[in-house]
Design a protein around this ligand. Structure first.
Ligand code: ADP
Ligand code: MN
Length: 513
């Protein structure tokens, strides 16, 4: 059959065409050969193209939408597959749990199916995820210790005595121990066929199983890191996708900023309110990077923060990163209550924080360092910053701890504070040092900017903290600050947190979470 002939045929052919279940053949697309159509390479390329269209790696603001309700719904097989897989995994695990329960019943000795679960505890999205799995659950990556012969080296009595050297017992035990290898490691049904492994064979197998386990962990890590470097990893994309799907966000238009620790996206707010609160028309999405390297040097901010103290040591790295996002949310909320111009929190999901967008029509407000202000505005900005620092300290019981012209935006004739994930309470063991550093940045910026009224860093420090440190040079001043921190730390050790010596009024934080 010659398709070109049919398509070209006018008259009677046209009537026939209307009935053809395949419609009119498209003559223009006939140019590729059968080999092309069948080519896996081509299929892969097309699939990739499609996926890239739905989730470009880093999108400039001007280029079309990043994720919208329409395109992510149908155009990415990958995303669809992931959604389905998630559903499947959850159902599978539920079934597994039922079976586990049925088998164990009321028996005192129970068998755990934990290793066979599809959803890793800290990947799951459910509320039980908020429980620290390391405390409450069996660690799926640590094999149970096999029961061994007691120290005395034998079990049983009289003629039933068996020693740890008994070959048969030992062999069986080795076979049973293989159950402790990683679940993907196929060991076969050794117990069923009463296989007895010699120590030598068992040890060789064990070595192999462990190195396999390590290899697969390495591969997994590589995959995670390479994707997170570029923009966001698949799990984050899935989170973003869900927000669009739920109507929280309308469209994610593109990336505003890629920093070391976070990526910030612009989005248009959706129509479904959250707890009766209308979602802002434009939102900023701050995605805290799940690559761990950059967060190591931030330990000191959170580790000594008493609000997080109890939780810090028990957490896995993923949780620690979520804690940064959580911290930013709490701090922004405190600031909001005090009336400090800052982004308004919309929603927090794991390591993704959605807040109101400072700026307009996808254009973020400029940072203070990038904007040229009239001397009048500059002076205004200075007094605003001074007031904000005082409010932050006294009303929010917070020190910004990364305050500079990089983290202040100029919008609507006002200075807006952003980037408060690292902010701490003044009683943090290094809180006053952080405050002093903030003061240095602020003084320097406004003095260089020609604001004659700008206090120097030491005056600013005293004005904000209400302390009266009299040292007239930086070195002595710094020393006095450290001595004060030290004394407070000792004081807190002896009398408890509420007795802190220099918190604004001795009361607990106003907006205690
Ligand atoms: P980082 O830790 O990467 O410095 P920031 O919170 O400072 O994170 O955000 C990085 C940049 O993203 C900011 O300098 C600012 O330009 C932009 N940005 C962050 N939050 C907002 C927001 N709510 N509205 C507008 N722009 C924002
Ligand atoms: Mn910043």
């Amino acid at each position: 059959m010659d398709p070109v002939g049919i398509a070209a045929g006018a008259g009677p052919g046209a009537a026939w065409q209307g009935k053809c279940p395949w419609g009119a053949p498209n003559t223009t697309s006939m140019s590729c050969s059968l080999a092309d159509v069948m080519s896996e390479q081509l299929a892969k390329e097309l699939q990739l193209e499609e996926e890239n269209a739905a989730f470009p790696e880093v999108v400039a603001v001007a280029e079309g939408p990043f994720i919208t309700g329409e395109n992510s719904d149908t155009s990415s097989d990958l995303m669809l597959a992931q959604m389905l897989q998630m559903e499947f995994d959850r159902e599978y695990d539920a079934q597994l749990r039922r079976e586990e329960k049925k088998i164990n019943g009321d028996s005192k000795v129970s068998i755990s199916f934990e290793n066979y679960r599809k959803v890793h505890p800290y990947d799951s999205d459910s509320s039980e995820d908020e429980v620290d799995w390391q405390d409450t659950r069996h660690d799926p990556y640590r094999a149970d210790k096999p029961t061994t012969t007691p120290r005395r080296g034998f079990i049983g009595k009289g003629k039933d005595i068996t020693t740890k050297h008994d070959e048969v017992v030992c062999g069986r035990k080795n076979t049973a121990r293989m159950e402790n290898f990683a679940p993907e490691f196929q060991v076969g049904d050794g117990i069923g066929m009463d296989l007895k492994l010699s120590n030598q064979v068992f040890n060789a197998l064990k070595q192999h199983a462990y190195s396999e386990e390590r290899r697969s962990a390495r591969l997994h890590e590589k995959k995670e890191h390479s994707t997170a470097e570029k923009a966001v990893d698949p799990k984050t994309r899935l989170l973003l996708y869900k927000m669009v799907n739920a109507g929280t966000l309308e469209t994610i238009t593109g990336c505003i900023s890629t920093g070391k620790e976070s990526v910030v996206f612009h989005a248009y707010g959706g129509t479904s309110a959250i707890e009766d609160k209308v979602i802002p028309a434009e939102c900023a999405i701050k995605v805290f990077k799940t690559t761990l390297n950059e967060f190591k040097n931030r330990d000191k901010y959170i580790k000594d923060d008493y609000r997080f103290k109890d939780r810090f040591s028990k957490l896995n790295p993923r949780k620690i990163i979520r804690m940064w996002a959580e911290k930013e949310m709490h701090n922004l909320t405190r600031m909001q209550h005090a009336g400090i111009p800052c982004p308004e929190v919309v929603i927090l999901k794991k390591h993704v924080l959605v807040m109101s967008f400072i700026g307009q029509d996808q254009v973020p407000a400029p940072k203070l360092k990038d904007v040229t202000l009239s001397s009048e505005d500059m002076k205004n900005a200075y007094y605003q910053v001074l007031n904000m620092m005082q409010q932050l300290y006294k009303e929010c019981n917070l020190v910004h701890a990364d305050l500079s012209e990089y983290n202040m935006l100029w919008h609507d004739g006002k200075v807006w504070l952003i980037d408060v994930s690292q902010s701490v309470e003044p009683t943090h063991p290094h809180g006053l040092e952080f405050l002093f550093r903030d003061c240095k940045n602020v003084s320097q910026f406004f003095q260089k900017g020609g604001v004659a009224e700008a206090l120097n860093e030491r005056e600013l420090f005293n004005a904000v903290s209400g302390l009266n440190i009299t040292a007239d040079n930086e070195v002595d001043f710094q020393e006095e600050i450290e001595a004060l921190e030290k004394r407070n730390e000792d004081h807190v050790q002896n009398h408890g947190k509420k007795q802190s010596m220099f918190s604004s009024n001795g009361d607990p934080p106003i907006y205690d979470e």
